[in-house]
Design a protein around this ligand. Structure first.
Ligand code: NIG
Ligand code: FE
Length: 404
Protein backbone atom coordinates (compact mmCIF):
# COMPACT_ATOMS: atom_id res chain seq x y z
CA UNK A 1 0.00 0.00 0.00
CA UNK A 2 1.31 3.46 -0.83
CA UNK A 3 0.20 7.01 -0.02
CA UNK A 4 -2.34 7.03 -2.88
CA UNK A 5 -4.26 4.00 -1.72
CA UNK A 6 -5.29 5.90 1.37
CA UNK A 7 -5.72 9.39 -0.11
CA UNK A 8 -9.01 10.69 -1.52
CA UNK A 9 -9.20 12.12 -5.02
CA UNK A 10 -8.97 15.91 -5.33
CA UNK A 11 -11.40 15.93 -8.27
CA UNK A 12 -14.08 18.60 -8.04
CA UNK A 13 -14.33 22.33 -7.47
CA UNK A 14 -11.93 23.94 -4.98
CA UNK A 15 -13.29 27.19 -3.75
CA UNK A 16 -12.96 29.64 -0.86
CA UNK A 17 -9.25 30.13 -1.67
CA UNK A 18 -7.16 33.26 -2.06
CA UNK A 19 -4.28 33.71 -4.48
CA UNK A 20 -0.80 34.02 -3.01
CA UNK A 21 0.06 36.44 -5.81
CA UNK A 22 -2.88 38.69 -4.83
CA UNK A 23 -4.57 37.73 -1.58
CA UNK A 24 -7.56 39.97 -2.32
CA UNK A 25 -8.62 37.68 -5.19
CA UNK A 26 -11.00 34.83 -4.32
CA UNK A 27 -9.84 31.92 -6.47
CA UNK A 28 -11.22 28.60 -7.64
CA UNK A 29 -9.56 25.49 -9.05
CA UNK A 30 -11.31 22.73 -10.96
CA UNK A 31 -9.62 19.33 -10.83
CA UNK A 32 -10.69 16.46 -13.10
CA UNK A 33 -8.94 13.09 -13.15
CA UNK A 34 -6.09 14.54 -11.13
CA UNK A 35 -5.46 17.34 -13.62
CA UNK A 36 -6.20 21.06 -13.36
CA UNK A 37 -9.14 21.79 -15.68
CA UNK A 38 -9.69 25.42 -14.73
CA UNK A 39 -8.00 27.97 -12.45
CA UNK A 40 -8.81 31.63 -11.91
CA UNK A 41 -10.86 34.17 -9.95
CA UNK A 42 -14.00 32.57 -8.48
CA UNK A 43 -16.06 35.31 -10.11
CA UNK A 44 -15.00 34.09 -13.57
CA UNK A 45 -15.82 30.41 -12.97
CA UNK A 46 -17.76 29.03 -15.97
CA UNK A 47 -21.26 27.90 -14.97
CA UNK A 48 -20.60 24.34 -16.19
CA UNK A 49 -18.22 23.76 -13.27
CA UNK A 50 -20.44 25.26 -10.58
CA UNK A 51 -22.33 21.99 -9.99
CA UNK A 52 -19.24 19.87 -9.28
CA UNK A 53 -18.65 18.47 -5.79
CA UNK A 54 -17.06 21.25 -3.73
CA UNK A 55 -13.90 21.19 -1.62
CA UNK A 56 -14.01 24.18 0.73
CA UNK A 57 -10.64 25.87 1.11
CA UNK A 58 -11.62 27.72 4.29
CA UNK A 59 -10.19 31.03 3.03
CA UNK A 60 -6.72 29.52 2.71
CA UNK A 61 -3.97 31.08 0.66
CA UNK A 62 -3.08 28.79 -2.27
CA UNK A 63 0.29 28.25 -3.96
CA UNK A 64 1.60 25.65 -6.37
CA UNK A 65 3.08 22.56 -4.72
CA UNK A 66 6.65 23.24 -3.63
CA UNK A 67 9.63 21.78 -5.47
CA UNK A 68 12.89 20.99 -3.65
CA UNK A 69 15.31 20.91 -6.58
CA UNK A 70 18.61 20.01 -4.88
CA UNK A 71 18.90 17.37 -2.16
CA UNK A 72 21.23 14.64 -1.02
CA UNK A 73 18.42 12.93 0.91
CA UNK A 74 19.74 9.35 0.89
CA UNK A 75 22.76 8.67 3.12
CA UNK A 76 23.90 6.74 6.18
CA UNK A 77 24.93 8.24 9.50
CA UNK A 78 25.25 11.90 10.42
CA UNK A 79 28.08 14.41 10.96
CA UNK A 80 27.32 16.48 14.04
CA UNK A 81 30.97 15.99 15.05
CA UNK A 82 32.06 18.08 12.06
CA UNK A 83 29.63 20.78 13.01
CA UNK A 84 31.40 20.91 16.36
CA UNK A 85 34.83 20.95 14.67
CA UNK A 86 33.81 23.90 12.54
CA UNK A 87 32.47 25.72 15.59
CA UNK A 88 35.92 25.21 17.09
CA UNK A 89 37.43 26.95 14.08
CA UNK A 90 38.06 24.33 11.36
CA UNK A 91 36.89 25.17 7.84
CA UNK A 92 34.82 22.84 5.59
CA UNK A 93 37.91 22.34 3.43
CA UNK A 94 40.09 21.50 6.45
CA UNK A 95 37.55 18.97 7.71
CA UNK A 96 37.39 17.39 4.23
CA UNK A 97 41.17 17.25 3.87
CA UNK A 98 41.43 15.61 7.32
CA UNK A 99 39.37 12.65 6.06
CA UNK A 100 35.99 13.89 7.27
CA UNK A 101 33.46 15.56 5.05
CA UNK A 102 31.78 13.73 2.20
CA UNK A 103 34.05 10.68 2.58
CA UNK A 104 32.84 10.06 6.12
CA UNK A 105 29.23 9.88 4.83
CA UNK A 106 30.49 7.55 2.11
CA UNK A 107 31.71 5.11 4.77
CA UNK A 108 28.36 5.17 6.59
CA UNK A 109 26.36 4.90 3.35
CA UNK A 110 28.37 1.91 2.14
CA UNK A 111 27.76 0.17 5.47
CA UNK A 112 23.99 0.73 5.34
CA UNK A 113 21.63 -1.68 3.59
CA UNK A 114 19.18 -0.48 0.96
CA UNK A 115 16.32 -0.97 3.41
CA UNK A 116 18.08 1.02 6.11
CA UNK A 117 18.72 3.86 3.68
CA UNK A 118 15.11 3.74 2.54
CA UNK A 119 13.83 3.94 6.10
CA UNK A 120 15.97 6.93 7.09
CA UNK A 121 15.34 8.81 3.83
CA UNK A 122 11.57 8.12 4.07
CA UNK A 123 11.54 9.68 7.49
CA UNK A 124 13.31 12.79 6.22
CA UNK A 125 11.12 12.98 3.13
CA UNK A 126 8.00 13.03 5.31
CA UNK A 127 9.08 16.31 6.89
CA UNK A 128 9.45 17.91 3.47
CA UNK A 129 6.14 16.52 2.20
CA UNK A 130 4.31 17.80 5.27
CA UNK A 131 5.39 21.28 4.26
CA UNK A 132 3.89 20.97 0.79
CA UNK A 133 6.74 19.60 -1.31
CA UNK A 134 5.29 17.85 -4.38
CA UNK A 135 8.50 17.17 -6.35
CA UNK A 136 12.03 16.61 -5.17
CA UNK A 137 15.46 15.90 -6.58
CA UNK A 138 17.57 13.20 -4.94
CA UNK A 139 21.28 12.86 -5.73
CA UNK A 140 23.58 9.91 -5.35
CA UNK A 141 27.19 10.67 -4.45
CA UNK A 142 27.68 8.98 -1.09
CA UNK A 143 28.34 5.56 -2.62
CA UNK A 144 31.18 6.37 -5.04
CA UNK A 145 31.24 2.75 -6.23
CA UNK A 146 28.80 1.18 -8.65
CA UNK A 147 26.95 -1.03 -6.17
CA UNK A 148 26.58 1.74 -3.60
CA UNK A 149 25.58 4.47 -6.06
CA UNK A 150 22.99 2.02 -7.41
CA UNK A 151 21.74 1.41 -3.88
CA UNK A 152 21.21 5.15 -3.32
CA UNK A 153 19.43 5.66 -6.63
CA UNK A 154 17.20 2.64 -6.12
CA UNK A 155 16.16 4.09 -2.78
CA UNK A 156 15.29 7.35 -4.56
CA UNK A 157 13.02 5.47 -6.98
CA UNK A 158 11.41 3.57 -4.10
CA UNK A 159 10.71 6.87 -2.31
CA UNK A 160 8.77 8.10 -5.34
CA UNK A 161 6.70 4.94 -5.39
CA UNK A 162 6.02 4.71 -1.66
CA UNK A 163 5.19 8.37 -1.11
CA UNK A 164 3.56 9.19 -4.47
CA UNK A 165 5.83 12.14 -5.00
CA UNK A 166 7.70 13.10 -8.14
CA UNK A 167 11.38 12.27 -7.64
CA UNK A 168 14.10 13.24 -10.11
CA UNK A 169 17.30 11.27 -9.61
CA UNK A 170 20.70 12.83 -10.21
CA UNK A 171 23.85 10.76 -10.54
CA UNK A 172 26.63 12.49 -8.59
CA UNK A 173 29.34 9.84 -8.84
CA UNK A 174 31.86 12.68 -9.15
CA UNK A 175 31.08 14.11 -5.71
CA UNK A 176 34.41 13.25 -4.03
CA UNK A 177 37.36 10.98 -4.64
CA UNK A 178 36.77 7.67 -2.82
CA UNK A 179 39.68 6.73 -0.52
CA UNK A 180 40.60 3.64 -2.59
CA UNK A 181 41.35 5.98 -5.54
CA UNK A 182 43.58 8.39 -3.57
CA UNK A 183 45.98 10.08 -6.01
CA UNK A 184 44.20 8.52 -9.01
CA UNK A 185 41.60 11.10 -10.00
CA UNK A 186 41.83 10.20 -13.68
CA UNK A 187 41.17 6.52 -13.01
CA UNK A 188 38.17 7.36 -10.89
CA UNK A 189 36.72 9.67 -13.54
CA UNK A 190 37.23 6.80 -16.04
CA UNK A 191 35.20 4.57 -13.75
CA UNK A 192 32.45 7.19 -13.43
CA UNK A 193 32.26 7.80 -17.19
CA UNK A 194 32.80 4.31 -18.59
CA UNK A 195 31.26 2.02 -15.99
CA UNK A 196 29.09 3.62 -13.35
CA UNK A 197 27.14 6.12 -15.44
CA UNK A 198 26.40 3.84 -18.43
CA UNK A 199 25.34 0.97 -16.16
CA UNK A 200 23.07 3.09 -13.96
CA UNK A 201 21.58 4.92 -16.94
CA UNK A 202 20.82 1.58 -18.61
CA UNK A 203 18.97 0.54 -15.47
CA UNK A 204 16.79 3.66 -15.73
CA UNK A 205 18.11 5.08 -12.49
CA UNK A 206 19.49 8.41 -13.79
CA UNK A 207 17.47 11.47 -14.79
CA UNK A 208 20.41 13.94 -14.73
CA UNK A 209 24.15 14.08 -14.02
CA UNK A 210 25.93 16.39 -11.56
CA UNK A 211 29.56 16.99 -10.55
CA UNK A 212 31.15 18.78 -7.57
CA UNK A 213 33.57 21.08 -9.39
CA UNK A 214 35.85 22.50 -6.70
CA UNK A 215 39.43 22.58 -5.42
CA UNK A 216 38.60 19.82 -2.91
CA UNK A 217 36.67 17.77 -5.47
CA UNK A 218 37.02 17.71 -9.29
CA UNK A 219 38.70 20.05 -11.77
CA UNK A 220 37.16 21.73 -14.77
CA UNK A 221 38.71 19.14 -17.11
CA UNK A 222 37.41 16.24 -15.03
CA UNK A 223 33.99 17.88 -14.90
CA UNK A 224 33.94 18.19 -18.67
CA UNK A 225 34.75 14.52 -19.10
CA UNK A 226 31.70 13.61 -17.02
CA UNK A 227 29.56 16.05 -19.00
CA UNK A 228 30.70 14.44 -22.24
CA UNK A 229 29.73 11.02 -20.93
CA UNK A 230 26.31 12.38 -19.90
CA UNK A 231 25.84 14.00 -23.30
CA UNK A 232 26.70 10.77 -25.08
CA UNK A 233 23.86 9.13 -23.15
CA UNK A 234 21.46 12.01 -23.81
CA UNK A 235 21.27 12.97 -20.13
CA UNK A 236 20.97 16.59 -18.92
CA UNK A 237 23.67 17.99 -16.63
CA UNK A 238 23.83 20.31 -13.63
CA UNK A 239 26.74 21.44 -11.48
CA UNK A 240 27.84 22.19 -7.93
CA UNK A 241 29.59 25.33 -9.13
CA UNK A 242 31.66 28.15 -7.61
CA UNK A 243 30.74 27.30 -4.00
CA UNK A 244 34.14 27.85 -2.40
CA UNK A 245 36.03 29.45 -5.30
CA UNK A 246 35.49 30.64 -8.87
CA UNK A 247 36.50 27.61 -10.94
CA UNK A 248 34.73 28.69 -14.12
CA UNK A 249 32.37 25.74 -13.73
CA UNK A 250 29.20 27.67 -14.46
CA UNK A 251 30.38 28.76 -17.91
CA UNK A 252 31.39 25.17 -18.70
CA UNK A 253 28.05 23.84 -17.50
CA UNK A 254 26.21 26.44 -19.57
CA UNK A 255 28.11 25.27 -22.66
CA UNK A 256 26.60 21.85 -22.03
CA UNK A 257 23.13 23.37 -21.71
CA UNK A 258 22.99 22.66 -17.98
CA UNK A 259 19.61 22.65 -16.27
CA UNK A 260 21.13 24.45 -13.29
CA UNK A 261 24.26 25.69 -11.55
CA UNK A 262 23.98 25.38 -7.80
CA UNK A 263 25.56 27.20 -4.81
CA UNK A 264 27.35 29.84 -7.02
CA UNK A 265 28.56 32.08 -4.17
CA UNK A 266 31.69 32.92 -6.21
CA UNK A 267 29.97 33.13 -9.61
CA UNK A 268 31.55 35.68 -12.00
CA UNK A 269 29.81 37.98 -14.47
CA UNK A 270 31.11 35.76 -17.28
CA UNK A 271 29.39 32.82 -15.60
CA UNK A 272 26.15 34.77 -15.27
CA UNK A 273 26.24 35.76 -18.94
CA UNK A 274 26.83 32.17 -20.01
CA UNK A 275 23.96 30.94 -17.83
CA UNK A 276 21.59 33.54 -19.24
CA UNK A 277 22.50 32.53 -22.80
CA UNK A 278 21.93 28.86 -22.03
CA UNK A 279 18.74 29.31 -19.99
CA UNK A 280 20.45 27.70 -16.99
CA UNK A 281 18.74 28.16 -13.60
CA UNK A 282 20.74 29.58 -10.66
CA UNK A 283 20.00 27.41 -7.60
CA UNK A 284 20.56 29.23 -4.30
CA UNK A 285 21.29 27.14 -1.23
CA UNK A 286 21.10 29.35 1.84
CA UNK A 287 21.15 26.38 4.24
CA UNK A 288 24.72 25.48 3.23
CA UNK A 289 25.72 29.16 3.26
CA UNK A 290 24.35 29.49 6.79
CA UNK A 291 25.79 26.23 8.16
CA UNK A 292 29.26 27.02 6.82
CA UNK A 293 28.94 30.57 8.15
CA UNK A 294 29.87 31.70 4.67
CA UNK A 295 30.17 35.43 4.07
CA UNK A 296 30.31 35.44 0.28
CA UNK A 297 26.74 36.12 -0.84
CA UNK A 298 25.85 34.90 -4.37
CA UNK A 299 25.66 37.76 -6.91
CA UNK A 300 21.89 38.20 -6.59
CA UNK A 301 21.65 41.70 -8.03
CA UNK A 302 23.64 40.71 -11.12
CA UNK A 303 21.59 37.53 -11.62
CA UNK A 304 18.42 39.57 -11.28
CA UNK A 305 19.67 42.20 -13.72
CA UNK A 306 20.58 39.48 -16.22
CA UNK A 307 17.18 37.82 -15.87
CA UNK A 308 18.65 34.46 -14.83
CA UNK A 309 15.88 32.50 -13.05
CA UNK A 310 16.74 31.90 -9.39
CA UNK A 311 15.60 28.77 -7.57
CA UNK A 312 15.92 28.10 -3.84
CA UNK A 313 16.46 24.67 -2.31
CA UNK A 314 17.36 22.92 0.93
CA UNK A 315 20.51 21.13 -0.34
CA UNK A 316 19.58 18.71 2.43
CA UNK A 317 22.76 16.77 3.26
CA UNK A 318 24.49 15.58 6.43
CA UNK A 319 27.53 17.82 6.05
CA UNK A 320 26.59 21.34 5.12
CA UNK A 321 22.81 21.61 5.24
CA UNK A 322 20.95 19.21 7.55
CA UNK A 323 17.73 21.20 7.15
CA UNK A 324 14.34 19.68 6.33
CA UNK A 325 12.29 22.83 5.80
CA UNK A 326 12.01 24.47 2.41
CA UNK A 327 10.07 27.36 3.98
CA UNK A 328 13.04 28.08 6.22
CA UNK A 329 15.08 28.35 3.01
CA UNK A 330 12.51 30.85 1.69
CA UNK A 331 13.09 32.89 4.83
CA UNK A 332 16.87 32.67 4.54
CA UNK A 333 16.86 33.46 0.83
CA UNK A 334 15.12 36.71 1.78
CA UNK A 335 17.08 37.58 4.92
CA UNK A 336 20.55 36.36 3.91
CA UNK A 337 20.46 36.79 0.12
CA UNK A 338 17.98 39.66 -0.16
CA UNK A 339 15.50 38.00 -2.47
CA UNK A 340 12.07 39.58 -2.49
CA UNK A 341 9.22 37.42 -1.19
CA UNK A 342 7.78 36.84 -4.71
CA UNK A 343 11.28 35.89 -5.94
CA UNK A 344 11.74 33.41 -3.10
CA UNK A 345 8.31 31.86 -3.71
CA UNK A 346 9.06 31.56 -7.43
CA UNK A 347 12.37 30.03 -6.31
CA UNK A 348 10.66 27.07 -4.64
CA UNK A 349 7.98 26.64 -7.31
CA UNK A 350 8.28 27.64 -10.97
CA UNK A 351 12.06 28.11 -11.15
CA UNK A 352 12.77 25.02 -9.03
CA UNK A 353 10.63 22.97 -11.41
CA UNK A 354 12.63 24.32 -14.33
CA UNK A 355 15.90 23.40 -12.60
CA UNK A 356 14.68 19.80 -12.81
CA UNK A 357 13.25 20.01 -16.31
CA UNK A 358 9.78 19.61 -14.75
CA UNK A 359 8.29 22.94 -15.84
CA UNK A 360 5.52 21.25 -17.82
CA UNK A 361 4.17 19.35 -14.82
CA UNK A 362 5.22 21.16 -11.63
CA UNK A 363 5.77 24.55 -10.08
CA UNK A 364 2.53 26.16 -11.24
CA UNK A 365 -1.24 25.76 -11.04
CA UNK A 366 -2.17 25.71 -14.70
CA UNK A 367 -4.72 24.05 -16.94
CA UNK A 368 -3.48 20.68 -18.14
CA UNK A 369 -0.94 20.24 -15.35
CA UNK A 370 -1.27 17.58 -12.65
CA UNK A 371 -2.99 19.07 -9.60
CA UNK A 372 -0.22 19.94 -7.14
CA UNK A 373 -1.09 22.75 -4.75
CA UNK A 374 -0.83 23.77 -1.12
CA UNK A 375 -3.42 25.49 1.09
CA UNK A 376 -1.85 27.71 3.73
CA UNK A 377 -3.34 29.04 6.95
CA UNK A 378 -2.09 32.51 6.08
CA UNK A 379 -3.49 35.89 5.18
CA UNK A 380 -0.78 37.05 2.81
CA UNK A 381 2.16 35.65 0.86
CA UNK A 382 4.82 37.48 2.88
CA UNK A 383 3.94 35.18 5.78
CA UNK A 384 5.48 32.27 3.85
CA UNK A 385 8.84 33.90 4.43
CA UNK A 386 8.03 35.45 7.79
CA UNK A 387 6.96 32.60 10.11
CA UNK A 388 10.25 30.73 10.11
CA UNK A 389 10.36 27.50 12.04
CA UNK A 390 6.60 27.02 11.66
CA UNK A 391 4.50 24.90 9.35
CA UNK A 392 1.35 26.84 8.44
CA UNK A 393 0.04 24.16 6.04
CA UNK A 394 -3.70 23.52 6.03
CA UNK A 395 -3.83 21.03 3.18
CA UNK A 396 -1.86 19.53 0.30
CA UNK A 397 -3.03 18.19 -3.04
CA UNK A 398 -0.29 16.11 -4.63
CA UNK A 399 -0.66 14.46 -8.02
CA UNK A 400 -4.40 14.90 -7.86
CA UNK A 401 -4.85 13.43 -4.39
CA UNK A 402 -5.67 15.09 -1.09
CA UNK A 403 -2.65 13.86 0.85
CA UNK A 404 -2.88 16.19 3.83
O1 NIG B 1 25.88 20.49 -1.76
N1 NIG B 1 29.08 20.81 -2.04
C1 NIG B 1 29.10 19.59 -2.13
N2 NIG B 1 28.18 18.75 -1.75
C2 NIG B 1 27.27 18.98 -0.68
C3 NIG B 1 27.90 18.76 0.64
C4 NIG B 1 28.10 17.34 0.85
C5 NIG B 1 28.64 16.96 2.19
O2 NIG B 1 29.37 17.72 2.86
O3 NIG B 1 28.34 15.82 2.55
C6 NIG B 1 26.62 20.33 -0.81
O4 NIG B 1 26.81 21.25 -0.01
FE1 FE C 1 24.59 19.79 -2.85
Amino acid sequence: MNAFDVSPSADGLWTDLRLASDASVQAAIVVAQGTVRWFGPRADLPATFASLPVHHGGDALVTPGLVDCHTHLVYGGQRANEFAMRLAGASYEEVARAGGGIVSSVRATREASEDELFASASHRLQSLLAEGVCAIEVKSGYGLALAHERKQLRVARRLAEAHCVTVRTTFLGAHALPPEYAGRNGDYIDLVCHEMLPALAAEGLVDAVDVFCERIAFSLEETERVFQAAKALGLPVKLHAEQLSDMGGAALAARYGALSCDHIEHLSQAGIDAMREAGTVAVLLPGAFYTLRDTMVPPIAALRAAGVPMAVSTDHNPGTSPVLSLLLMVNMACTLFRLTVPEAIAGVTVHAARALGLQKTHGAIAVGMPANFVLWDLKEAAELAYWFGQRPVRGVVRQGRVVL
